[in-house]
Design a protein around this ligand. Structure first.
Ligand SMILES: [Zn+2]
Length: 282
């Protein structure tokens, strides 16, 4: 093989490597750029925010502290979470202004928490005016293994009807908002996705049926009945009975750079909202 030929081939190989490298770099660069834009420095930080690892009692204590001292709840909550590396089991009473001042770059975190906490008004299951003895239960199953449709993780909370009766529990919207998605999904069954004012997407899945008049683009008020708890999903349209009757509640935030769907753990939020139920007769 002559020398020229070898050099030529080498150049082509180098060119190809450089080309793919630059594509990769550009992708990384764009991603970094967007990360900077919302000021969350690492994916690890985003994942910790998504875990929403703060007990309902802690959220309540922080809220009460803010109300008493006339402090902006979202701002203080964001600072407090970030300061504690996004994990709060119990609130220590000696916190003070230092928490605020020690935490910089809080805008992005504030925006994320605001999408979750600013719009929620009601627990998704109402209190029954006629008979409040019927129970439901749920646990923290964030990222638990799921196998239907391939190995995957659980990105929500399942609220189970103890009597496993489809259509018994009405489901109300936790927020004001617009019905962005409605209809059948193989995984979610009859589902509704409602976009709340600050940007959070509240996803209610496996419904038995929808409330009358609900359609894509409808405006809903917090506390409006949007459908009924069921066991739809895991198959072609209309499939039900593949699992126990429950509401799958998911909350996702519109953060393009992470993925199309950035879900956060609704478990502690639901616990926090247990005291905020609307009363209905059913
Ligand atoms: Zn679920």
């Amino acid at each position: 093989m002559d020398m020229k030929n070898t050099i030529f081939r080498l150049l082509i190989v180098i060119f190809i490597i450089a080309f793919f490298n630059s594509m990769l770099l550009e992708k990384l660069y764009n991603r970094e750029d967007k990360l900077k834009y919302i000021q969350i420095k690492t994916m690890e930080e985003a994942e910790r925010i998504a875990e929403f690892n703060v007990t309902d009692e802690s959220i309540k204590e922080i809220k009460a502290y803010c109300d008493t001292n006339d402090i902006d709840f979202i701002e203080f909550f964001s600072s407090y979470m970030k300061y504690n590396n996004y994990e709060v089991d119990s609130v220590s009473y000696d916190y003070n202004e230092e928490y605020y001042q020690g935490v910089n770059d809080i805008d992005a975190v504030k925006k994320l928490y605001s999408m979750v906490l600013s719009d929620i008004q009601y627990f998704p299951i109402p209190k029954n005016k006629k008979d409040d003895s019927r129970n439901y239960w749920y646990c923290n199953s964030w990222l638990a293994d799921r196998s239907y449709g391939g190995e995957r993780k659980h990105y929500g909370t399942d609220i189970m009807d103890t009597e496993n009766e489809r259509g018994y529990f009405p489901i109300v919207s936790m927020t004001d908002g617009k019905v962005e998605k409605i209809g059948w999904l193989e995984l979610g069954g009859w589902r509704i996705g409602i976009r709340a004012e600050h940007g959070g997407y509240f996803y209610y899945a496996h419904l038995d049926k929808y409330a009358k008049g609900i359609k894509k683009g409808s405006s809903v008020k917090a506390g409006d009945i949007i459908g009924y708890m069921g066991d739809s999903g895991y198959g072609e349209e209309g499939t039900c009975g593949k699992f126990e009757v429950h509401l799958h509640l998911g909350i996702s935030l519109p953060i393009e750079y992470i993925s199309d769907e950035f879900w956060i753990n609704p478990y502690w939020i639901l616990r926090y909202m247990e005291d905020s139920k609307i009363t209905k007769s059913f």
